[in-house]
Design a protein around this ligand. Sequence first.
Ligand code: KIV
Ligand code: NA
Length: 279
Amino acid sequence: KSMLNIVKIKKMKKDGIPISMVTAYDYPSAKLSEEANVDIILVGDSLGNVVLGYNSTIPVTLEDMVYHSRAVARGAENTFIVTDMPFMTYHGSIDETLRGVRKIMQEGHAHAVKMEGGKEICPTVEAIVKSGVPVLGHIGLTPQSVNQIGGYRIQGKDAKDAQRLMDEAKALEAAGAFGIVLELVTEQVAEAISKELSIPTIGIGAGRYCDGQVLVFHDILQYASPYMEKRFVKTYADIGSVIREGLGNYVKEVKERSFPSAEHVFTADEQVLDSLYGS
Ligand code: KIV
Ligand code: NA
């Protein structure tokens, strides 16, 4: 399998080939995602919720992102990896932002970065793209701004909001983003944006007409993901149940002393007993 790049990713849109993206946060999730042939792995700052147990993405640091991104890169050497810039790491000076991007790319071994926001981050997107780093945009519900937005609300319900989202998407394309994630956006607005842009849209809770789809690893697989009402998620496997059952059986067998059994033990020579217990 040959690794994707942003030229091929943009061409997928032209050719009408849907783009599959899934999050991964460590070696095993990355390895399994690569084995499933996903087009793009996102090292999302959703790791704050699903891997670190925070109740938002706000506590996630640049160091967290680098650490998880590196592990993902080791598990998926042949997959295009996009890593999130976490909360407030791209709102200061361009110099400071580029230092963070350097870490994500050079120490986190990502191929691109993702950042949340519209027009206000366009100068930053431009500067990063000029430095040679591909940027994936992210508009609609932007979880890093949850305290500003006032909750995890659907975006693009009325005409004014629809226009705002369209303007943000166009501005990001003009700034050089290679694609845009649309999160929790009404289907009609996501469809219109997808038609209007020449770069691909990747939707999560954004309906059927985006150029690609992204979901969170732990959500798709019921892997102890924190409970939230998420109509847009489809469960493809229930590995949480499999793990609970396996671990439960292990604990039970240890308590019963039925594990380990003869097949799991190592045996020494007969004389060992004499030396151990003497005569
Ligand atoms: O962090 C994440 O998982 C994301 C996706 C929801 C797009 O940003
Ligand atoms: Na994210």
